[in-house]
Design a protein around this ligand. Structure first.
Ligand code: AMP
Length: 281
């Protein structure tokens, strides 16, 4: 992989990497298109990373439509698809359920315990470990991540800064379905009823955005208004609804300096996340 990546970027050429877990949709493709626009060559990785899944999460049933993904990427004119096995990424795995346990982890302390990191212990440690490995294997000049996973973006930016990775991080906006639902590979788990119920995530964020636009600055009041939308949607279980600083992920009291409004909720057994950035006023 490293030899192929080197061949793609002779001196002065920029290689972009789009890390994914596959089951590609328009959200992923928007990252690929941004990479194509900003780089000379584009590599996409497809790897369902076991170390970022908790023991009771959806690792086994996570969709893996590899042929379809590969065709989509070919259509987008991607230069390189890197789809390693768990063994290739982590060496020998402890057991056949492919629960890899590397001896060396990359952990962004503090940030990794916030938002999704609080609900999913060990999740961000798995993400930063695999992204470090991908950066070392592919050696991209630029890597593209979706704003959809806002906490992940903050954690990766911090890792790149703290460990001096020579990789520029580019964030791309959230791509949504026509009715507002943020695109996600996990939306495939939803049945028709749940698909409608899932709209409460976007609705709650729109409510907060609307109140902020009308002049409300108090984060406690804004968050309460967002959470209230979930009271009306009994079948959806709220995990968190928080208004935080987009870089530190710490709660803010006032949104005048800009803020990240982030939500996670379970629709049935499917955990969905979404967020919106409030601009500074
Ligand atoms: P995943 O395959 O879920 O790990 O996602 C791979 C990358 O695609 C991550 O950087 C995500 O943030 C990004 N991504 C996923 N869904 C969307 C979306 N709806 N809009 C923009 N980026 C997305």
């Amino acid at each position: 992989m490293r030899a192929a990546s080197h061949a793609l970027r002779p001196a002065g050429k920029r290689l972009g990497l789009v890390p994914t877990m596959g089951a590609l949709h328009e959200g992923h493709l928007s990252l690929v298109r941004a990479a194509r626009a900003q780089c000379d060559a584009v590599a996409v990785s497809i790897f369902v990373n076991p170390t970022q899944f908790g023991p009771n999460e959806d690792l086994a049933r996570y969709p893996r439509p590899f042929e379809r993904d590969r065709e989509m990427l070919e259509q987008e004119g991607v230069d390189l698809v890197f789809a390693p096995t768990v063994e290739e990424v982590y060496g020998t795995v402890a057991d056949k359920s492919v629960r890899a346990t590397p001896a060396t982890w990359v952990t962004v302390e503090d940030l990794s315990g916030k938002l999704d990191g609080r609900s999913r212990p060990g999740h961000f440690r798995g993400v930063t470990t695999v992204v470090s490995k991908l950066f070392h294997i592919v050696e991209p000049d630029v890597a593209f991540f979706g704003q959809k996973d806002a906490a992940q973006l903050a954690v990766i930016r911090r890792m790149v800064c703290d460990l001096n990775f020579p990789v520029e991080i580019v964030a791309c906006p959230i791509v949504r379905e026509a009715d507002g639902l943020a695109m996600s590979s996990r939306n495939a788990y939803l049945d028709a009823t749940q698909r409608k119920e899932a709209l409460v995530l976007h609705r709650s964020l729109m409510r907060v955005e609307e109140l902020a636009r009308a002049g409300e600055r108090d984060a406690t009041k804004l968050a309460a208004a967002g959470r209230a939308e979930f009271v009306k949607e009994k079948s959806v279980r709220l995990d968190y609804f928080e208004i935080v600083d987009a870089e530190t992920l710490d709660p803010v009291a006032d949104v005048s300096a800009g803020a990240l409004v982030a939500v996670a909720a379970y629709v049935g057994t499917t955990r969905l996340i979404d967020n919106v950035l409030l601009a500074a006023t």
